[in-house]
Design a protein around this ligand. Sequence first.
Ligand SMILES: [Zn+2]
Length: 414
Amino acid sequence: VTTPNPRTEFRPDLVVDLASELVRIPSANPPGDVTDIATFVRDDMACAGFEVEWIEPAPGRINLIATVEGGKPGPHIVMNAHLDAFPVENPESWSFDPYSGAVENGRLLGRGANDMKAGLAAFVRIYQHHAAKRENMAGKLTLMLVCDEETYGPNGSLWLVDKRPDLIGDLLLSTEPSGMGLMRTAERGMIWFRASFAGKGGHGAHPVREWNVLERTRKFMDALEEEIRSAKIEAAHFLVPVEEEESYDEAVGPGAMAHIRKVSANFGRLDAGVKVNMQPASSVLEVDMRIPPGLVSAEILERVKLLAQKFEGDIEVLNFMEPNITPSSHPVVVRFQEEVTRTAGVKPVCGPAPGCSDARLWRHRGVPAIGFGPFPHAMGGTDEYCDVKELEITARVHHAIVDAILFRGEEGLL
Ligand SMILES: [Zn+2]
């Protein structure tokens, strides 16, 4: 284990070294067992002189917690990162070893490089550096490293915010990938559901005795798309201001703003029928809907259920969350934005990323939550990498924010 002395100057280049080592330890989810990487991080923390709490709600589903309290009272900052990563679907299609961890041409290479072993490494070193000076700290700092994030599973952050209210704190920092041009201060809500349609089936060449289930499924899909098109969204004031829309597209990708403003539905799976010359007796459709801030997921779900009834279908909810926001006018968001501008040389837009993250759990509890990390180059895809400069900026910015609040006593931010 190559551990820098946390009592010396904070070194972003050493964050990159740690990130390399973390990429070399697979922690794919599914299956979601994070024992190897959790053991490595626990040992690294021990080398730096810090104990961690090992919380394992299910075998191999491990969360690591370290908390340090300063000499004086003050706010509680929680730094959250996840230990798990997406699996590697097809290693042959990669142009390098998916668990390489090498740094080449300013890029850290491998699965999880940007989501989010880079950010994980940043928080570990930031914690070690600040915790070593605890006498001068006014407040409390928690490092929360979780499992189960990639599947929104029950054993990671969800388990912790439920069972350990002492870990919620006053500010949640996340290093989820965003890119330098975006601060993640909001998220769309989510409804994953399964719609089932059942009938009696029959011989395909005979007259249809009832409303064909596949036909009903298709009509339901059409009706759902129509419902989405007609949804009235008053999200403008929560989302990116009109004058910053272009910057948002530059930061996230072409067409991102238009996409994020809408309810979206992805028809992910459809199972129906047995044989070409039989009328199917059942049909099962799985849909992933995303709900922008300004709408209420629960209301959308009611409408989906009514639609399903119309086509004699049943809805089973697989995953559900409401949209969430930390206002971009919040003093700590404004301060963070200034820090990024100073460090990265660009003023980031505040808004939602296309996907969700554990930060939602804090916003739902009224705690401001900011996500800022390297750009998600090929996140979850082939040839994932992380820009090393962006990782260093990420580390500097989060380090400076913790320093400002817990050590420099900057007031009025929380
Ligand atoms: Zn992530």
